[in-house]
Design a protein around this ligand. Structure first.
Ligand code: MG
Length: 469
């Protein structure tokens, strides 16, 4: 006979999707045995084709490859925007950056002279999990506001170690050096970027040659310190964003040149993090997600590769926004390739679901709880991806089809091209977006136009944070 207690347990298990599958007898957290740890390892400007398991022929990434073989390699995983600041705002809040004021067509990211940042009314992954007793750390590049009221400590992070904006900012042009010279033959003091611990600047300019190593050491220290309580670690590498620097151990190690060296150091770092989890017996209670904030910066060999995808950073073709994404949780995730559509905005609701955290329902979330997909227990809730450039929708993907209403070269002064009918590609058949099939599919186009119309009704103008000076 099913007693009431048993029924209640079943219902609880259903409500917290995934929680039923993560009862962990060896969890070191005695008070919250069901709360898993979460780690997001972010790369900056790494493309879809830049690691071995996603097809790069000359960059060696044994740790990421192993992570993918033991975990899940997602092939239709997107970011919220094709540039650093809006992408990170989407990841942290589970909301499209247009809703938080963190996107702009005029200033596409925050700069050292910016006065804006992620508003304090926004709920981040860190602030949501902190409420549930998690320790939280942000290590690496933040880029959601460098003024005190916007720093990680104002957004739910107990600890911060890293640079507040991009590693190519605060350029020192003394001696008349031009930008290309500064980027292609970089020296530490060409970039007066601060390295911070919590709210203090501890080094300026940050020594970028050792920065990946130091992020890794800080991350491992945080893991060791928190092995007995649930934690969320956001490790946002500031590379392979140019200027490219790597530590001595990685100089001239890759056939791909300095860019390959940089990726191989990030790969080493991933290996160190996973080893630290194993050493602490945390590997079967920790979900690790590896991805990048946007596609490769296509300007010369110092930028990466989007593989078979078209375009790169800054643009709304696939190469700008579809990223490698590896999910790792030994014993919990069935290893394999997952072709379900997902985005970084799905991580907030998914983590909250796994940690039994209820999000307030006073705002629109653009992320979905994808734990059904991760655990192979049900259909994927996401069928639509919006491709925003600044505050405008340039393209929409629904199922296999993607319609481009507007296109524009990734960077530079070239104007927008408006398409009516929109360009239409079947991304399952044609992931490189080569063959416009709009003429054959007027019905699909009408449906996607309707999706756009309904979506725009949900977008309410807010104060723009990127244009505040
Ligand atoms: Mg970036």
């Amino acid at each position: 006979m099913l007693n009431t207690k048993k029924i209640l347990l079943v219902i609880t298990g259903l409500l917290s999707i995934g929680a039923a599958g993560q009862q962990n007898p060896v969890s070191s957290d005695k008070t919250n045995p069901s709360k898993p740890n979460f780690i997001i390892i972010f790369a900056d400007d790494m493309g879809y084709g830049d690691i071995g398991v996603y097809g790069h022929p000359t960059i060696k990434t044994p740790n990421l490859d192993r992570m993918a073989y033991k975990g899940q390699k997602w092939t239709n995983f997107y970011v919220a925007a094709p540039a650093c600041t809006p992408s990170r705002a989407g990841l942290m809040t589970g909301r499209l950056p247009v809703r938080t004021g963190m996107s702009s067509g005029k200033r596409r990211v925050l700069f050292p002279d910016s006065k804006g940042g992620l508003p304090d009314k926004e709920i981040t992954i860190a602030s949501a999990l902190k409420e549930a007793g998690y320790s939280t750390a942000c290590i690496g590049k933040w880029h959601l506001g460098h003024l005190p009221q916007f720093l990680p400590s104002a957004h739910g992070f107990d600890y911060y170690y890293g640079i507040p904006y991009s590693n190519d900012m605060d350029r020192n042009r003394i001696g008349g050096r031009d930008d290309l010279e500064i980027i292609l033959n970089p020296k530490i003091d060409y970039f007066n970027v601060p390295l911070m611990r919590n709210s203090e600047i501890i080094e300026r300019p940050a020594d970028q040659t050792t920065i990946t190593k130091r992020y890794t050491q800080e991350a491992i220290k945080f893991i060791n310190q928190n092995k007995n309580k649930p934690f969320f670690l956001y490790l946002a590498n500031s590379k392979p964003h140019v200027p490219l620097f790597r530590s001595n151990d990685f100089v001239d190690k890759s056939l791909r040149g300095v860019y390959g060296d940089v990726i191989q150091e990030i790969d080493w770092s991933v290996g160190e993090i996973l080893s630290a989890l194993k050493r602490n017996n945390l590997d079967d209670n920790t979900l690790v997600v590896f991805t990048s904030d946007n596609g490769p910066w296509l300007f010369n060999e110092h930028g990466g590769s989007a593989g078979l995808l078209r375009g790169g950073k800054g643009g709304t073709y696939e190469g700008g926004m579809r990223e490698p994404a590896i999910l790792w949780w030994p014993g919990k995730l069935k290893p394999g390739v997952v072709m379900d559509m997902s985005t970084t905005m799905d991580l907030l609701p998914t983590f909250c679901s796994l940690a039994n955290v209820t999000l307030p329902n006073d705002r629109i979330y653009d992320g979905y709880d994808i734990s059904t997909s991760m655990f192979g227990k049900g259909p994927n809730p996401r069928d639509i991806v919006y491709y925003y450039r600044g505050t405008d929708v340039f393209a929409i993907r629904e199922g296999a089809y993607k319609a481009h209403f507007v296109t524009q070269p990734e960077f530079g002064s070239k104007e927008k091209t408006f398409h009516n009918p929109p360009l239409l590609y079947n991304l399952n058949v044609d992931p490189s977006e080569k063959y416009n099939i709009a003429k054959k599919h007027p019905k699909v186009i009408n449906e996607i136009k309707q999706v756009l119309k309904e979506h725009l009704k949900t977008v309410v103008p807010v104060e723009n944070q990127l244009e505040k000076l």
